[in-house]
Design a protein around this ligand. Structure first.
Ligand SMILES: NC(=O)C1=CN([C@@H]2O[C@H](COP(=O)(O)OP(=O)(O)OC[C@H]3O[C@@H](n4cnc5c(N)ncnc54)[C@H](OP(=O)(O)O)[C@@H]3O)[C@@H](O)[C@H]2O)C=CC1
Ligand SMILES: N[C@@H](CC(=O)OP(=O)(O)O)C(=O)O
Length: 374
C-alpha cells in the first residue's frame, strides 16, 4: 500500500520552494499519497500542483495527522513545539521531517544534510530514529561549501564571518529590504539624475533617508539597505547570538562529532542580499596542505560544490549571491593560505539559503525515508 505523506507549511516561503523543487524533480510520482494540511485554511482546496491534492486538512487535528506515515513540515518552530509532543504522546510512530530548529538538538533527532552526513542518517534510520530535521541555513551552506575538509579530518578549528540574506529572516523582511531600497531610490532620484552632482550631497541624502523616522524598519528594526546588521536572532551566553551558537552545535551534530567536537565560531551579519548567504571562513588546518590539494578536497565536498578560481574575473562572475541565487550550486572561491602559515586557509563561500539552506535537505530526506520504508 502506498505510504501517506502529510505536508504542513507548504504555502509559506520555505514550503513553496519545497513544492517547487518536488515538482521539478517529479517527486509527486505516485510513490506516495500526499495529504495537505493548513493551520488556517482547513476545508479549502489543496495546492495547484498538477494533480488532485484534495481538500486541506486541519494541521492541528492530531487524528488526521497520525494517519500519515511521514509528516513533512515547513510551518515553523511554534507549530512543531505545539503538535510534535502531542503526536508522540498519543503514540504516533511515523517519521517527522521538519525545517524548523525546535528539535534539532534533541537526543532523538538527526540533523539532515545527506551529501555530507548520509552515514549519520543511515545509522539513525537503522537505529529507529524518527525525527529528521533540516539544519540551520548558514551551517548547511558552510558544510556544502567545504565539507571535504571535514571529511578528510583536516579542520582543527574554523571561524566564519557571515553575510546573510534577508530571506533568512522571512518573507516580510525580504519585502522590507526592497521597500528600503525603493525608499532610498525615490529620495535620491533627482540627485542621481545629475552625473556631475556632488557625491557628498548624494551621500548626505542617503544617510538622512536611512536614519529618518519614515524609513521602513518594522521588521529588521534597523536600516539594512545602505547599511548592515551585525546581529541575527537572540542573545545566548558569552556575548554570542543564537545564530552564532548554532555554528558549533549544529556542525558537530551533523558530522556526528559528539565526542570530538571541532571549535566553530564567528560573527553572523545580515546584509542586503535577497536569498543567498555568503561567508568568509578562516580555517586552522591540522596540517599544512598545498592550495591545489585544498582545492581538490573542497571541490569533492558535494556534487553541488563549485570551485571558483581565485581571480577577479571568475570571482565577479561566479562567487556572489547574484550568481548563485535560485540554483543548487554552492560556490567556493578566494581560496588561499593566510600569512600566518600554510596550515591557515581562508576562503569565501556562497549558496542559496532557501534551497540547500532550507528546502532541499528536507526534500531529499523525504525521498530517503520513502525508499527506506517502502
Ligand atoms: N525563512 C527561512 O529562511 C528558513 C525557515 N526555516 C523554518 O521554516 C519555517 C517557516 O518559514 P517561512 O517559510 O519563512 O514562513 P512563512 O511565514 O512564509 O510561512 C509559514 C506559514 O504561514 C502561513 N501563512 C499565513 N499567511 C500566509 C501567506 N500570505 N502566504 C503564505 N503563507 C502564509 C502558512 O500556514 P497556513 O497555511 O497553515 O496558514 C505558512 O505555511 C520557519 O519558522 C523556520 O522554522 C528554516 C530554514 C530557513
Ligand atoms: N536564522 C537564519 C534563518 C533560519 O531560519 O534559521 P534556523 O532554521 O536555524 O532557524 C537566518 O536568519 O538567516
Amino acid at each position: 500500500m502506498a505510504k501517506r505523506v502529510g505536508f504542513v507549511g507548504w504555502r509559506g516561503m520555505v514550503g513553496s520552494v519545497l513544492m517547487q523543487r518536488m515538482q521539478e524533480e517529479s517527486d509527486f510520482n505516485g510513490s506516495f499519497d500526499a495529504v495537505f494540511f493548513s493551520t488556517s485554511q482547513a476545508g479549502q482546496k489543496g495546492p495547484d500542483l498538477g494533480f488532485d491534492t484534495g481538500i486541506l486538512q486541519d494541521a492541528y487535528d492530531t487524528k488526521s495527522l497520525s494517519s500519515c506515515d511521514i509528516i513533512v513540515t515547513c510551518q515553523g518552530g511554534d507549530y512543531t513545539k505545539k503538535v510534535h509532543p502531542i503526536l508522540r504522546k498519543e503514540g504516533w510512530k511515523g517519521y517527522w521531517i521538519d525545517a524548523a530548529s525546535t528539535l534539532r538538538m534533541e537526543k532523538d533527532s538527526i540533523i539532515v544534510l545527506d551529501p555530507i552526513n548520509m552515514d549519520v542518517i543511515k545509522k539513525g534510520l537503522s537505529s529507529g530514529i524518527k525525527d529528521y530535521i533540516g539544519g540551520n541555513c548558514t551551517v548547511s551552506l558552510m558544510l556544502m561549501g567545504i565539507g571535504g575538509l571535514f571529511r578528510e579530518d583536516l579542520v582543527e578549528w574554523l571561524t566564519s564571518m557571515t553575510y546573510q540574506a534577508a530571506s533568512g529572516a522571512g518573507a516580510k523582511n525580504m519585502r522590507e529590504l526592497v521597500s528600503q531600497m525603493n525608499h532610498i531610490g525615490k529620495k535620491a532620484e533627482d540627485l542621481l539624475a545629475d552625473p556631475a552632482g556632488s557625491i557628498l550631497e548624494l551621500d548626505r541624502c542617503v544617510a538622512k533617508t536611512i536614519r529618518s523616522q519614515d524609513f521602513p524598519t518594522d521588521n529588521f528594526g534597523a536600516p539594512l539597505a545602505g547599511s548592515l546588521i551585525p546581529w541575527i536572532d537572540r542573545a545566548v551566553e558569552d556575548g554570542q547570538t543564537r545564530e552564532e551558537w548554532k555554528g558549533y552545535a549544529e556542525t558537530n551534530k551533523i558530522l556526528g562529532r559528539k565526542d570530538s567536537p571541532i571549535p566553530v565560531d564567528g560573527i553572523c551579519v545580515r546584509i542586503g542580499a535577497m536569498r543567498s548567504h555568503s561567508q568568509a571562513l578562516t580555517i586552522k588546518l591540522k596540517k599544512s596542505i598545498s592550495i591545489k590539494e585544498a582545492e581538490d578536497i573542497i571541490a569533492s565536498s558535494s556534487g553541488w560544490t563549485k570551485l571558483v578560481a581565485n581571480n577577479k574575473e571568475d570571482t565577479l562572475k561566479e562567487l556572489s549571491p547574484a550568481a548563485v541565487s535560485g540554483t543548487l550550486t554552492v560556490a567556493t572561491g578566494r581560496i588561499r593560505h593566510l600569512k600566518m602559515g600554510k596550515d591557515y586557509l581562508t576562503l569565501f563561500t556562497v549558496g542559496d539559503q532557501l534551497l540547500w539552506g532550507a528546502a532541499e535537505p528536507v526534500r531529499r530526506m523525504l525521498n530517503i525515508v520513502i525508499e527506506y520504508i517502502s
